[in-house]
Design a binder for this molecule. Structure first.
Ligand code: SAH
Length: 260
């Protein structure tokens, strides 16, 4: 496995790059790609920047230029449903571009000429991520984020959810908008701006991928303030510890299957 790890925000990537063994940096297409070893996994970390085009370009480059075999996207997202709270973790099982609409030529949300509106993530990666996320919440959270921050964000008992994530080139920050998206996309758990673009690229290139998102805001009028605070003090820890557990699980499984 050569794992491409895409983060949307600087805060989420920094800890991973610092943890890399024998890191080296390559600049391509206005982005810094950090290649090295992360907990015994061959990895390439990169900041996609924000939005679907930025994410699609980054995912394509990871595959075509850096030869990654799997892609993992870590980031934050707005809650897509009232049952999802700030601090919860959403693992995408499928992803849809909520702003794709070529109707009446094609059904709403369908990506023209693929016949698909929802793109499935890799099942094995999703279940590894769910396991890593659950362990993080049970074992690492208390040490990773200090009590004061946990109180500020009411992180008493965060949960892991698996299901539908919607992406679009829009920061969702109105109650009406998130409700309309939820109405149009049954089962919606989270909204963000990159995941479904990575999903389409990975589908077209035949690359298994996973998307994990920590809920930073409720995609309503408070979203911008909540988002900024959350990213500064909480999101980076979530991303770091979950990716660490994920890589450790994968390298352990590799050792078992290699019989070492
Ligand atoms: N002001 C920020 C912009 C961040 S955009 C900055 O200067 O960096 C929000 C990022 O977090 C995107 O990468 C998106 O994927 C995710 N996100 C978090 N909450 C979101 C929401 N409510 N709607 C859409 N994307 C959201």
């Amino acid at each position: 496995m050569r794992l491409g790890i895409i983060s949307a925000l600087h805060e989420e990537q920094q800890g991973l790059v610092e943890a890399m063994q024998r890191p080296y940096k390559l600049i391509h297409g206005m982005r810094e790609y950090w290649a090295g070893q992360l907990w015994e996994i061959d990895a390439v970390c990169v900041l996609s920047r924000i939005g679907k085009v930025a994410a699609a370009m980054t995912a394509t480059t990871l595959v075509e230029k850096f030869g990654v075999t799997h892609i993992l996207f870590t980031g934050v997202a707005g809650a897509g449903d009232a049952s999802i709270a700030v601090g919860d973790i959403v693992i995408a099982e499928s992803l849809v571009q909520h702003d794709m609409d070529a109707s009446p030529l094609f059904p709403r949300h369908q990506v023209p000429l693929t016949g698909l509106s929802h793109f499935a993530s890799d099942r094995q990666m999703a279940s590894n991520l769910a396991h890593a996320a659950q362990r993080f919440l049970e074992r690492d959270l208390v040490n990773a984020i200090d009590a004061q921050e946990r109180a500020v964000f009411a992180l008493q008992a965060p949960r892991v959810h698996r299901g539908l994530v919607a992406s679009g080139d829009q920061f969702v920050s109105h109650r009406d908008r998130i409700q309309a998206l939820g109405g149009a996309l049954p089962g919606l758990l989270a909204v963000e701006m990159e995941g479904a673009a990575v999903a389409q690229v990975c589908f077209e290139l035949g690359i298994p991928f996973g998307v994990i998102r920590t809920i930073s805001d409720n995609a309503n009028e408070n979203a911008a303030t909540d988002f900024m605070r959350f990213v500064k003090s909480v999101a980076a820890q979530y991303a770091f510890y979950i990716v660490r557990r994920f890589c450790q699980q994968v390298s352990q499984a590799n050792k078992v299957s290699a019989g070492t």
